[in-house]
Design a protein around this ligand. Structure first.
Ligand code: 3HC
Length: 286
């Protein structure tokens, strides 16, 4: 399949990941259309992007004019139809297969026949998501890491029917965004989460096994294993709900007990302790 030159990027879902991806796109120079379900959520994402770009200006990593130009490239909408002219659409909505299938089917009706459709899913199958459209060759995974503007990796995931052109176009976009893209196949958890999710679950189990506090476990893994941030801080950043969902999705597919979310973290999710975004997780936030 011939793919278009990527000029205009759509991002569907402007939560922590989607707003980070939109930030990268506007900073890189792509005209970017961000879609949220309400105007309020869209504005919240714009404020978040403006905040982080503002910090870059304060730290003299960006000029005020560059920030303004970047923000000028961001268009917000609540209408999927406004993504019609996008050459690439990156989906970053809730991690529910049904919602993603519905979205991809609708996107296929809206965008041009040659536009690429990418999903930022953490743990669902890109091939299953591609099953929603009649042109699965244009569907790939573009899996960014949290926080998307800071983490260098993006996994470019080839689903069963992805075309070489779509994979290479997504890879080139990853490079243009300043990332270090890698190519991988659509296996559960792709590369990083296949390793990281059970590892984080082991860390959470050690909390109870070794009767160590969250703070001491974080010190252990930063000071003793060289991690940039401790596991409890990391799970709070990613979101307790996101981590539980990813664990459940991997466990369902791989059936290794280490993949299953530990009872402690499932209880936290059920109690609404979701980490940074809810103000409380392993730690309490302002
Ligand atoms: N978006 C944009 N900019 C951000 C940001 C965000 N979400 N968060 C922070 N920044 C900016 C801020 O402006 C900040 O500067 P400021 O505090 O002066 O305003 C600047 O980045 C630097 O922040 P830090 O000083 O906190 O930077 P550090 O040097 O401490 O590094 C880190 C932060 C890169 C997050 C580092 O701690 C790290 O690598 N942590 C590990 C993260 C990780 O493992 N992520 C993967 C999670 S797994 C995942 O995402 C998979 C998914 O599928 C679940």
């Amino acid at each position: 399949m011939a793919v278009p030159e990527i000029r205009r990027v759509g991002v569907v879902g402007l939560g922590a990941m989607g707003s980070g991806i939109a930030q990268l796109a506007v900073e890189t120079g792509y005209e970017t259309v961000g879609r949220e379900v309400t105007e309020e959520l869209g504005e919240k994402a714009r404020e978040r992007i403006a905040h982080f770009l503002g910090r870059k200006v304060e730290k003299e990593r960006l000029t005020a004019a560059e920030r303004d130009d970047a923000l000028g490239r961001l268009t917000l909408t609540t209408e999927l139809a406004d993504l019609a002219d996008c050459d690439l659409v990156v989906e970053a909505i809730v991690e529910e297969l049904g919602a993603k299938l519905e979205l991809f089917a609708e996107l296929e009706r809206i965008v041009r026949a040659d536009a690429i459709l990418a999903t930022n899913t953490s743990a669902l199958s890109v091939t299953e998501i591609a099953g929603a459209v009649s042109t699965p060759e244009r569907v790939v995974g573009m899996h960014f890491f949290n926080p998307a503007p800071l983490m260098p990796l993006v996994e470019i995931v080839r689903a069963e029917l992805s075309s070489d052109d779509a994979v290479e176009a997504a890879f080139a976009v990853g490079e243009r965004l300043g990332k270090r893209p890698i190519r991988c196949h659509d296996t559960p958890g792709f590369v990083v989460n296949r390793v990281l999710i059970p590892l984080l679950n082991d860390c959470i189990r050690v909390l109870d096994e070794a009767r160590v506090s969250a703070g001491d476990l974080d010190t252990a893994m930063t000071a003793g294993a060289g991690w940039p941030m401790g596991p409890c801080t990391l799970v709070d950043l990613v979101g307790i709900d996101v981590h539980v969902h990813a664990s459940e999705a991997l466990y369902e597919k791989i059936r290794e007990p280490r993949m299953a979310p530990p009872a402690r973290i499932v209880a936290m999710k059920n109690a609404g302790l979701l980490g940074r975004k809810s103000g409380r997780g392993f730690y309490t936030y302002e």
